[in-house]
Ligand binder design. Structure first.
Ligand SMILES: [Zn+2]
Length: 101
């Protein structure tokens, strides 16, 4: 089930499952859900929801997507700043050698 995004809590692979029938449910329609074997997180969906909609709902995470984009942007800034700092240090060291430090 690789078309499902990983568990947002532990990064594990989630699996599709059906709840066993319990009284009060419409006969023959067991709720469908996703289970993460790693952290035991479950996410139950409406029994009438199709697997396509279930996957769409599970994979739609606008806040997580926004945060991941921001983290990537900040990691890029950190990498550029780190490179600039190393470059500054190496130029400063070279100037020190010229200046007799
Ligand atoms: Zn998990």
């Amino acid at each position: 089930m690789s078309e499902l995004r990983a568990c947002p809590f532990c990064g594990g692979e989630v699996k599709l499952y059906r709840e066993p029938y319990q009284g009060g449910q419409q006969a023959g329609i067991n709720p469908i859900g996703l289970l993460c074997p790693g952290c035991k997180t479950t996410h139950l969906f409406d029994a009438h929801e199709s697997q396509v909609m279930l996957k769409k709902h599970w994979n739609t995470r606008p806040i997580e997507d926004s945060l991941r984009a921001r983290v990537a942007e900040l990691e890029g800034s950190l990498a550029r700043a780190t490179e600039a700092a190393y470059d500054y240090d190496s130029k400063r060291a070279a100037l020190g050698k010229i200046g007799g430090e």
